[in-house]
Design a protein around this ligand. Structure first.
Ligand SMILES: Nc1ncnc2c1ncn2[C@@H]1O[C@H](COP(=O)(O)OP(=O)(O)O)[C@@H](O)[C@H]1O
Ligand SMILES: [Mg+2]
Length: 435
């Protein structure tokens, strides 16, 4: 293993301290350890300095100059502070790299969301800091996966989920409906209705807060003493700009996002194309966590990160899930997002997707037509042409439909669905059909 002897490190630190006029620095502990989840097996040295023994303020010791000095005395090694309390240095003997995948940690404290890792620490946000999130990134850069990461953790913490996805790709209704408080909103009208429901919940909670003596200012205070704590809420919206072109919706969403904090709502908006026009200043101001994965143009990155320079930097991100963000308590960081947690059955990879009643009806209608899900058949059920196309695309993605090369690549029910493996009720119509 690649190692620096302890004497060399102690010596480098004392020499750096002398250059910095800090006097003698008592070294408390010197360990060799593996560093976070970096893919390299990276030998790391952590040096603990006991602050109580130091005459000089910690800021100087932790400062960039001191770290630079130590690095110089070690032949140009990168030296980073390893946490935010006390003087602890991590000395990288080789240039550290972010891992390509980071699993969502198991047994995370109930009060913590794991977002990812930076080069030198885990990116964990306590629930109280998990306020509104604005996310950007080109197609394929990791947005949907990130939304699943947040939705999965929130569901595990008992949040009520509100989902909107115009393309029904990220939150396929069949898979997610069971976990969400309302059907996944895919049209502007449905999204607006969903915002109305949230405002109703706020009004209800407002009355509950007002009934307390003294009046509760917010959900934290209420839940501290309430017999039945109120569940937190999370609204996750993919391809958000589809909805935001409508100014009425944008204003309503701004209202929801602003009040949300008090009533326990976290709003998460994702889109691949952010323009200044797609998000008003009033709405944008409500988002304290802002992050972007790779973008195709600097503007999207700039709108999300509020900096032209960072917007440009986001164009150079290559790996999916790699992003630049502004995080409360962490500042601006390069990070690798965690992969989503294992979801409860019915979501992600479960064998039988859950179907809504309407979807089951459509499925039976398709069966009654010999398993073909052509546009004509779907229109005969009563779907508009656009809706029929969307349903075809979404069901192909979910594996309910497949293309049959024997029938000119027509969309047909996948074998297991054709055979009648409905998740719940047994199906008489199907038998009659086959007879
Ligand atoms: N955090 C991540 N870590 C590793 N790979 C990821 C991560 N996020 C996404 N990917 C990979 O990139 C692919 C596209 O991600 P996705 O979330 O669908 O992107 P988007 O929604 O931006 O189009 C995923 O199928 C996965 O293979
Ligand atoms: Mg996506």
């Amino acid at each position: 293993m690649h190692e620096l002897p302890p004497e060399t490190i102690r010596d480098a630190i004392q020499r750096a301290a002398r250059t910095m006029r800090l006097g003698h620095v008592p070294i408390d502990r010197l360990v060799y350890t593996r560093w976070l989840t970096t893919t390299d097996v990276l030998p790391v040295v952590i040096v603990n300095l006991d602050m109580a023994d130091l005459e000089k303020p910690s800021a100087r010791l932790l400062g960039r100059d001191m770290r630079h000095e130590i690095g110089t005395h070690l032949g140009g090694a990168l030296v980073l502070p390893s946490n935010h309390s006390g003087a602890r240095y991590v000395i990288f003997l080789r240039k550290p790299r972010l891992p390509e995948t980071v699993p969502c940690p198991e047994n995370l404290p109930a009060q913590t969301f794991a977002l990812g890792v930076t080069i030198d620490e885990h990116l964990h946000l306590p629930v109280a800091r998990m306020q509104n999130v604005l996310a950007g990134g080109a197609p394929g850069s990791g947005k949907s996966t990130f939304l699943h990461l947040l939705a999965g953790q929130a569901a595990g913490k008992g949040y009520r989920l509100f989902l909107a996805d115009p393309q029904e790709n990220t939150f396929a209704p069949g898979a997610w409906e069971g976990l969400a408080a309302l059907p996944v909103a895919s049209s502007p009208a449905a999204f607006q209705a969903l915002l109305e429901s949230l405002l109703e919940i706020f009004a209800e909670r407002s009355a509950q807060f007002a009934a307390q003596t003294p009046v509760c200012p917010d959900i934290e205070t209420y839940n501290r003493t309430a017999e039945e704590p109120l569940p937190r809420l999370m609204l996750l919206v993919d391809e958000a700009n589809t909805f935001l072109v409508d100014k009425t919706i944008q204003n309503k969403l701004a209202d929801v996002a602003r009040q949300g904090r008090k009533y326990g709502l976290t709003v998460v908006l994702a889109a691949h194309d952010w323009r200044a026009a797609s998000i008003s200043k009033g709405l944008s101001a409500n988002f304290t966590t802002r992050l972007t994965f790779r973008v195709d143009d600097a503007t999207s990155g700039q709108v999300v990160l509020l900096s032209p320079k960072l917007g440009k930097a986001a164009m150079n991100l290559r790996h999916p899930g790699r992003g630049i963000g502004r995080f409360p308590g962490y500042g601006i960081r390069l990070f690798q997002a965690c992969l989503p947690p294992e979801m409860p059955s019915g979501v992600r990879g479960a064998s039988a997707p859950l179907l809504t009643r309407r979807e089951r009806e459509i499925l039976e209608h398709i069966r009654a037509h010999g398993g073909k899900a052509t546009l004509e058949v779907l229109q005969a059920y009563g779907l508009g042409q656009r809706e029929a196309r969307r349903l075809q695309a979404a069901w192909l993605e979910r594996g309910l439909l497949v293309r049959d090369p024997m029938q000119g690549n027509a969309c047909v029910l996948a074998a297991e669905w054709h055979a009648g493996v409905l998740p719940d009720k047994p199906d008489k119509a199907d038998k009659a059909d086959k007879a």
